[in-house]
Design a binder for this molecule. Structure first.
Ligand SMILES: Cc1cc2nc3c(=O)[nH]c(=O)nc-3n(C[C@H](O)[C@H](O)[C@H](O)COP(=O)(O)OP(=O)(O)OC[C@H]3O[C@@H](n4cnc5c(N)ncnc54)[C@H](O)[C@@H]3O)c2cc1C
Length: 394
């Protein structure tokens, strides 16, 4: 189905991102998967191509692009012509905005230029060994010591965890209030800040995912983002966009799985004919195509609503749960249609199948998405809404 949200400038931009992927990413992805980490140079190259923090103001080296469609294009083409393990969108659009929207002028001037050039790689550290879905359960604590805070605790499953130079770390600032959390900018090299090994994973093999440890890390107050007691509410506000980002990636991944499966069933023969000629194959592909088109239309509408400032957390959650489950369905059916080949590393569908599994877990699991949607229906046993704060981007 033809998509109706892009204009000529978007298509020109898409072509440039495809070229970037073909020349700067695709030749390296096999090596990155093998190494379990993307070369830092990839972020720098993305910076050179103007793909890092495109939304940032020109005074920080950015392009001041507020239109989310450009980011959507980057998300899609990094899947088609790169690797979903390359944490560029996480850097640019998931973590960068915390500095852009919560940071003061001094923080923006200090950090954003390096993030825009791709020299400073970003990560976000919310999850802990004992607190993932339950953000209010985080135990990493930050003690106020006058001109600085002292951080103690640990985080886990942190993307860009090894490559990262600057992390937005959520830590408890008010011991007896589950929502009393602050956001701290922890820099590579700060004393007491260490990282664990690069964790081995089922999928996203090129992504470095690590534990982070904080042992009496002295964080100057200049590195506190916004109000040190409102971090929980800030996180909740950024999560809606994070879910849209994941949804965009999931539909693109489903599309990629569909295309590779379509190619395969045309070429593979059984019982004297292409397997594409079996009714089962044709019906499966027809179902996949239909569901992908429906999901894409919904996500595109969410993107336009997001541009207009109208995307609600509930609808972002609908997009995330629907598209991540779609990705799981398409990669699973696609693998089945590959037969034994689908189980082999050399066929892209096997990788897509493994990568898809985490989409239903990170950035809020499917169960948490359903909780959010249900609360929007007034089915909230806690009957307690988070106060909203208006945020402005750099
Ligand atoms: C590859 C990868 C990268 C990640 N990157 C980051 C990162 O960069 N930064 C970061 O902070 N975190 C990151 N995470 C962590 C991720 O966000 C968490 O894994 C996720 O939020 C789930 O938390 P958990 O693993 O603690 O699972 P749990 O919260 O322990 O959940 C276990 C199960 O219980 C279910 N469950 C929990 N609460 C409820 C409920 N109220 N109702 C119904 N069911 C419930 C869940 O849906 C799940 O099925 C990453 C994770 C992975 C796997």
């Amino acid at each position: 189905m033809e998509r109706g949200i892009f204009e000529e400038e978007h298509e020109i931009f898409r072509d440039s991102v495809i070229r970037f992927g073909e020349t700067e990413l695709m030749p390296h992805v096999a090596a990155w998967r093998e190494a379990g980490i993307v070369d830092r140079e990839a972020f720098r190259k993305a910076g050179e191509h103007g793909l890092c923090l495109m939304w940032a103001d020109e005074r920080y080296g950015g392009m001041g692009v507020g239109d989310f469609r450009f980011e959507q294009i980057v998300i899609e083409e990094l899947i088609h012509h790169g690797d979903p393990g390359f944490g560029l969108t996480l850097h640019s659009r998931l973590v960068g905005p915390y500095i852009g929207m919560l940071g003061n002028d001094e923080q923006k001037a200090r950090f954003l230029p390096g993030c825009v050039s791709g020299e400073t790689i970003l990560g976000i550290a919310m999850s802990e060994p004992g607190a993932g879905s339950d953000v209010a359960g985080i135990r990493t604590r930050a003690e106020d010591r006058g001109d600085h805070y002292v951080l103690n605790g640990s985080k886990t499953y942190i993307s860009n965890g090894i490559n990262g130079d600057l992390f937005v770390v959520a830590a408890r600032t008010v011991p007896d209030n589950p929502h009393g959390v602050g956001l701290f900018l922890v820099e590579r090299g700060m004393e007491g800040f260490t990282r664990g090994r690069n964790l081995k994973k089922l999928g996203l093999k090129a992504q470095d995912t690590a534990e982070l440890f904080f042992d009496n890390v002295r964080v100057p107050k200049e590195n506190v983002l916004g109000d040190p007691h409102k971090g929980f509410y800030y996180l909740m506000q950024f999560l809606a966009e994070e879910r849209l980002i994941v949804a965009c990636g999931c539909v693109a991944a489903a599309e990629a799985a569909f295309r590779t499966t379509l190619d395969y069933v045309r070429e593979r023969h059984a019982f004297g004919r292409p397997i594409a000629h079996f009714q089962n194959t044709r019906f499966k592909l027809a179902d996949m195509r239909t569901r992908i088109d429906v999901a894409q239309t919904f996500v595109d509408r969410c993107v336009m609503d997001h541009n207009a400032g109208r995307l609600t957390p509930e609808v972002a959650a609908e997009a995330k749960v629907f598209c991540s489950e779609l990705e799981g369905y398409v990669t699973d059916e696609g693998l089945q249609l590959h037969g034994g080949a689908g189980f082999m590393d050399e066929y892209p569908i096997s990788r897509m199948y493994a990568n898809a599994r985490v989409s239903r877990i990170y950035a809020g699991s499917s169960e948490i998405m359903r909780e959010i949607i249900a609360r929007g229906l007034g089915l909230d046993p806690r009957a307690q809404a988070a106060p909203r704060t208006e945020l402005k981007r750099a």
